[in-house]
Design a binder for this molecule. Sequence first.
Ligand code: FE
Length: 197
Amino acid sequence: MASALHKLGYGLYVVTSADGEKKNAMICNTVTQVASSPDRLAVSVNKSNFSHDMIKRSGVMNVNCLTEDAPFSVFQKYGFASGRDGDKLAGEQVFCTANGAPVLGKFINAFISLKVTDYSDMGSHGLFICEITDQAVLNDKPSMTYAYYHAHVKPKPPKKPTGFVCKICGYIYEGDTLPEDFICPVCKHPASDFEKL
Ligand code: FE
């Protein structure tokens, strides 16, 4: 059944954390400003993520605002791997803010440094309520949204070719109709030895 929850719009961010020498980064779509004067952000992190425990211990994180030019490799690197298994920031050009957490060197247009003031256990996720300790806009590129990611960044499954396959040799004729007098260019069998894909 279609869920109305799929109609909610989200941005995409890389949330970075630092706990002593260990630094980590994860893809996050649940960063929201929830109050002003003073500004408060809420960041929800799955409790099974390594970053969740790092942020809970250290009480700090940076939100890196991804831009539309971020390639799929950024999502693979920070989203499809765990910091438990290795250093996700190895080889990356980053700088660290005063709270010790990294800021990515590219594919972001801003960063926000956060200090955790409250925490709620939401079941699957931990909700961090944060105050802003530092922030900067780096450029004017458009921010990455979840919708843009699905439409333009995430690889599409390969389109199934329409056509006919030679049952003898596997040659594929691309097209909606196979000419009756078609001869397979590979095995020289006639059109009757082809079947529709
Ligand atoms: Fe053939």
